[in-house]
Structures are given as C-alpha cells and as structure tokens.
Design a protein around this ligand. Structure first.
Ligand SMILES: *Cc1c(COP(=O)(O)O)cnc(C)c1O
Length: 394
C-alpha cells in the first residue's frame, strides 16, 4: 500500500535518512537498532502511558469551540495540548525519550531549544528521573524567552547559550550535535521535533501520535465518527503536526493543513516559510526542504514566534508538501497575532503564538458549515505574554 509514513530505510518519499558525521554513527545506530524494540515493549508502554496520564494530564480534551465555529460558520474542535503539564505538546516526546534514554543506560541528557518549550519539557523529565540535563539555546532566544530560561534553571538544568550564526534554534542544534560527538557513550540527545537523522523523526512522531490516537475516540464521542474532514496544525519542525496527523496520514478523506510562519511576509526576506521558499538539502542529519541561498548556505529565518523560527521542516512534512498530501499555508506575524487575540476573546483561551498561526487559517480559507475541523492547539500563551503586550500595546 502507498503510505505517507516512513519506509524501512528511514525515508518519507525522497526525504529523511541519516546524513551524519562518522563520529555520530555509533550513537545514532545504537538508537536505530533499539528504538522500536524498546517502544513496543509492554513495560515501556505501561510506564509511558502511566506518566502521560498521571504526570502530563492526558488525555488532553477535544474541545468544541462554539463561538469560534459560529464566527467562521463551520465546526471547529480544538485539541487542547495547551493544557498539558509544561504548557505544550513537547512533553509527550520528552517523556518518551527520557524512558528511552534510561533503557539505553544513558546518564546525561542534552537538548536544543528555540522557544524554550522543549528545553523546559526536557529539564522537567530530567528532574523527574534525576538525570543531568544540559540545554543549548540561541542567545537571541534566551533574551526573548527569559521566563523559560528561568524555569529550566529552577528545574536544575544547565543552559548554555549558542553564540554563532543567527543565535537561534539552528545554532543551538549545531552546538548540541557538537556536544554529542564529544560525549558519545553516556549521553542521549533528546531532539525536540520530527527532525534530525533517522530514527529521530519516526521516534518523535510515534511519541506524539498519542494526539491523533486520542482525537479518534474523542471525536467518536462528539460526532459519532473517528475521522475529521480536516486536521490543522502549525509546523516549526513539525512534531505537533506529525502527532495530530499520524493516524490519518494514509486516509486521504482526512485533509491535512500545515501552517508555516511567513514572518513579515513571504517575499520580505524575513520569514520561516520553509516549504514555500525552501529547496532540497541536508540539515541536521536529514534530507529535507530547507531555506538556503543559491549556493546552499542555510538562510537565517525570522518569525515572531521562536518555536516556528527554524529554516527546515521534518522529512515527513517535506514529503507531505512535495506529494501534495497536505496543503501548506503561510501566515504572517500580524495575521497570527490577530488570530491569537481573537481566540482569547471568543473562547477565553490564550494560545501560544505558534498555535495562533494555525488559528489564522480561518481568515484565509473558507470551510463548509458541516466540515468537521480539528485544530491542534499546540501550546498556551503564557510564555508569549511580553510579545502580546508589545504587539498590541496592552
Ligand atoms: C515548539 C512548538 C511548536 C513548533 O514545534 P513543532 O515541532 O513544529 O510542533 C509549536 N507550538 C508550540 C506551542 C511549541 O512550543
């Protein structure tokens, strides 16, 4: 059967694989050989599911947004990942990976972070398990996400600034990879999205797939059927989208919409709209679409939301774009901010600015009154309060 999921060689169509320096080969290969065996083991499953329930607070509600639906004359459900412990979907993955690290007998965790959400989610699970945690973060992101830096420190993590390049997520990722090369035996690298060398994109997508697993039975309770007409999610690296799409990937009756950050506009030179502007290349160990200059240098991206400010997308999403399976829509800073404020005032929910990009789709695209739409509300807006205050002069 034709599948949009990963193949045995670690590719989604032409994208994916593991393009890594030889120094990393043993680490990545150890993970590749063990991850499925570990994840499918019943003791792992039991521990993972128990923590998702009692620690993260899953299942996250599937909420019928009545006033938002009325405004856009369609049926909108919000998958409330914003209600998870630590405020976003990222914790689903870090819980899974810390259990993976324990079973691989690793004693030291490294991670990269952009918005700081993945850093907080990683520091959280390291505190939970009593394991050393080092988080790399771009210097600019450290400045614009100060509360998350404080959280990581309170949770016992060491935060190391990445000072090179654009001083954002891609540079933090480079530093984390460098660390892993220098510490190949005792360290596990918890990647925060469906990016990086195989098996990371698949492993992270599987941990996040709890989102679409829950959507199916929750929608059945609300609507008497397991499948929506549309699933909408924002895409930075693509992990919340991968989780929300996962169980619907091969059912083309369920239309998938991926939302990227257009920053100050697609043609402004200040955006992070990777599918619209990107070309094939290799970034952080994976063959995918990325923003680059004509001679192949990775371009510095821009978005008002730190979580979407990344020049690549995961290989699953590159394939969903190339094959036409998902529709990609780009949303500017201003459009996202407006949609974020609208959700506050229509539903009493303050969304993360990343999630607000997904919400802005309703101004761009017309849906039918009886369409059933699930929008993955990837996170809450507490971390973005300063950005909201500055933007709206509150
Ligand atoms: C990190 C983050 C994102 C972007 O990451 P994905 O891997 O694309 O999901 C989106 N929303 C929130 C709230 C985030 O913290």
């Amino acid at each position: 059967m034709n599948t949009f999921n990963i193949n045995k060689k670690g590719y989604y169509g032409e994208f994916g694989g593991a393009y890594i320096p030889e120094m990393l080969y043993s680490n990545v290969e150890e993970l590749r050989q063990n991850y499925l065996k570990i994840m499918t083991d019943s003791s792992f499953q039991k521990e993972f599911n128990t923590l998702l329930k009692d620690y993260v607070g899953r299942p996250s509600p599937l909420y019928y947004a009545k006033r938002l639906s009325k405004k856009y004359n369609t049926k909108i459900y919000l998958k409330r990942e914003d209600l998870n412990h630590t405020g976003a979907h990222k914790i689903n993955n870090t819980i899974g990976q810390i259990l993976m690290a324990k079973r691989l007998r690793k004693t030291r965790i490294i991670a990269e972070t952009g918005a700081g959400q993945h850093g907080v989610a990683t520091a959280t699970v390291c505190a939970l398990m009593g394991i050393e945690c080092i988080v790399y973060m771009g210097e600019i992101d450290i400045a614009r996400q100060a509360p998350n830096v404080a959280r990581m420190k309170m949770l016992g993590a060491t935060v190391i600034p990445a000072l090179s390049g654009s001083k954002t997520l891609k540079d933090a990722t480079n530093e984390a990879i460098r660390d892993w090369i220098n510490n190949p035996v005792d360290t596990h690298y918890i990647i925060g999205s469906v990016v990086g060398p195989h098996p990371y994109p698949d492993m992270v997508a599987r941990f996040q797939s709890v989102i679409s697993e829950e959507i199916q039975w929750q929608l059945k309770e609300h609507e008497g059927k397991t499948k929506p007409d549309y699933v909408i999610a924002c895409v930075g690296g693509g992990s919340n989208a991968a989780g929300a799409y996962y169980h619907f990937l091969d059912d083309e009756n369920v239309k998938l919409i991926a939302v990227e950050a257009a920053g100050k506009g697609i043609d402004s030179g200040e955006s992070a709209a990777t599918s619209a502007l990107g070309k094939g290349g290799i970034i952080h160990g994976s063959k995918t679409l990325l923003m680059q200059t004509n001679d192949g240098q990775i371009t510095e991206t821009y978005s008002i939301s730190a979580g979407l400010d990344y020049p690549g997308i995961g290989p699953m999403h590159a394939h969903l774009y190339k094959s036409g399976r998902a529709e990609f829509i780009s949303i500017t800073d201003d459009e996202a901010m407006k949609a974020g404020l609208e959700l506050c005032q229509l539903e009493g929910i303050i969304p993360a600015i990343e999630s607000a990009h997904a919400l802005a789709v309703f101004e761009q695209k017309l849906f039918k009154p009886d369409d059933i739409i699930v929008l993955n509300l990837s996170g809450r807006g507490d971390k973005d309060l300063d950005t909201y205050i500055n933007h709206f002069k509150l």
